[in-house]
Design a protein around this ligand. Structure first.
Ligand SMILES: [Zn+2]
Length: 299
């Protein structure tokens, strides 16, 4: 029995390696077979799948590079978009240039009124006065002939007397302390003013000979009797009489010729005492629309 047991043990000892080899062989055969079966029994597909599995692993390591590269690409795209933005930025300057152009367009109207305070250099006096819509115009751009010497206008005088009568009823004794001035008289006055205050200052409050509205015979400097201290002074506009004239003159055909804040339009500083006869209808139009004569005539 012992010998048979030993034989069995010897035999089993000899069989174990064979069994291991057989099992290993089976595994070696089954594994490729199963792999092949998983890939539709296609050898190429199975081999590609095998390589892909390996390449799948490689990109995992390579991913940081492609990720870094895409990150670099946006950088370069930024650089590309940056020049694209640069034209955009150069478009914005053109947009800012446009406002500059639009700034230039309002500038001429600003300069245009500013010109009204300035005489046209070396201007020769005309042979006939400027008349627009039946209204004689005399300002720093539209002088009168030196021989325009019609004296005080009778219609203007009649209108003033009518206004003075109405003012009297309201308790104000108004007078016209200066109306018609000849070319020669204005020449004398202007020369005195220039000698006293200099030409620049004189040009603000006095007209050069040929440019005075008083030469038309239609301009009336108005003041209150016994209140001479306010004559030809801005303070007249603050007196009750001055306010009355300012509010009622248009009803008699007169306009406040040089209103406050319109120096660049009319060419002269505010003169609360200087009124100009234009007729009731134009005067009322200008008073209602707060227009100067230049604005009313579209100059
Ligand atoms: Zn005057």
């Amino acid at each position: 029995m012992q010998s048979s047991k030993i034989r069995f043990q010897n035999k089993s000892k000899k069989r174990w390696p064979i069994i291991v080899i057989i099992i290993a062989g089976i595994i070696l055969i089954i594994t490729p077979t199963v792999w092949l079966g998983l890939h539709n029994w296609n050898l190429d597909e199975s081999l590609i799948a095998l390589n892909l599995d390996q390449s799948d692993k490689e990109p995992v390591d390579a991913d940081p590079e492609p990720q870094e590269k895409p990150e670099q690409i946006p950088d370069s795209e930024d650089k590309e978009t940056a020049p694209a933005e640069k034209p955009g930025k150069t478009e914005t300057p053109t947009e800012t240039e446009k406002p500059e152009e639009s700034k230039e367009s309002p500038t001429p109207p600003v300069e245009k009124p500013a010109d009204n305070t300035i005489y046209i250099p070396n201007q020769v006096l005309p042979t006939s006065p400027t008349v627009k819509e039946g209204i004689i115009l005399a300002n720093k751009q539209n002088p009168l002939p030196s021989n325009y010497n019609k004296g005080e206008d009778p219609k203007a005088r009649a209108a003033f007397e009518e206004m003075a009568a109405a003012a009297r009823l309201d308790g104000f004794e108004i007078v016209a302390f200066s109306t018609f001035r000849s070319f020669e008289r204005q020449e004398s006055l202007y020369t005195q003013y220039v000698a006293k205050d200099g030409q620049e200052a004189a040009d603000r409050y006095s007209a050069r000979p040929g440019y005075s509205e008083h030469q038309t015979g239609l301009a009336f400097d108005i003041g209150e009797k016994n209140f001479e201290q306010h004559w030809a002074s801005s303070s007249f506009g603050d007196t009750p009489a001055g306010k009355w004239v300012a509010q009622n003159a248009h009803l008699y055909g007169f306009i406040l010729r040089y209103p406050l804040g319109k120096e660049q339009v009319t060419g002269y500083m505010h003169e609360s005492w200087h009124f100009r006869y234009v007729g009731v209808e134009p005067a009322t139009d200008m008073y209602t629309h707060k227009q100067t004569l230049e604005e009313y005539l579209g100059l």
